[in-house]
Write a protein that binds this ligand. Sequence first.
Ligand code: ATP
Length: 235
Amino acid sequence: MPAIETTDLTKQYGDTVAVADLDLAVESGSVFGFLGPNGAGKSTTMRMLTGLVRPTRGRATVAGADATDRDALRPRIGYLPETPPLYDHATAYEQLDYAAGLRDLDPERARERAGDLFDRLDLPAEVAAGRIADYSKGMRQKVAYVQAVLHQPEVVFLDEPTSGLDPRAARTLRELIVELADGGTTVFLSTHILPVVEAVADAVGILYDGELVAEGAPAELQRRAETGEARSLED
Ligand code: ATP
């Protein structure tokens, strides 16, 4: 059974159709790259799949739960949104203690896991002990990523996860994403940066103006683009 499945998933804001009749199936334990230019509807799709926005029409299931059932979704999913919700007055450790508390995680094990991930992402302990208000965008992004995966969700949604990261941290994050999927987590990754998707995705969907214009393995899409077949994908 797919970890994420959508049928005719649609969101309209007044006359704007942000997402139109989206039919998607994402295999369990795979990395799905969701590509598209700014304004294509990627964030709106993620907000529907994480229960934050109600679809105008259609339906979605995520990790076996209906995407409108937030209580069922909460323990099964993680979400790194475009603008991560972090408390500026807290330190990274306090932020993650708080997140662990909300999710009823064992505090010591959660700290240990967070510490390991901070090490991997090169967020030094003395920085993690300082206030988030003083962090760069990249440092905030690292904390937000750790917060999204701390409870080892079945499905994790990452909206532009390498945003603000230096090349080395971006590479580490790509490695972590592949490790997550190897461990059985399904990763839904939205980005407008093609190389990120090429490096990690098992399958790719391309969204344009709210519509899915192409879907397939990255190499297959590349081949179609090179042979000019891509046009026919829009039919
Ligand atoms: P970006 O990467 O810039 O966030 P995106 O692909 O995530 O782009 P969305 O943010 O999902 O795109 O936006 C898709 C369309 O829906 C845009 O035309 C946007 O203006 C519109 N839209 C999104 N949210 C709302 C809202 N709350 N009210 C009205 N229109 C919205």
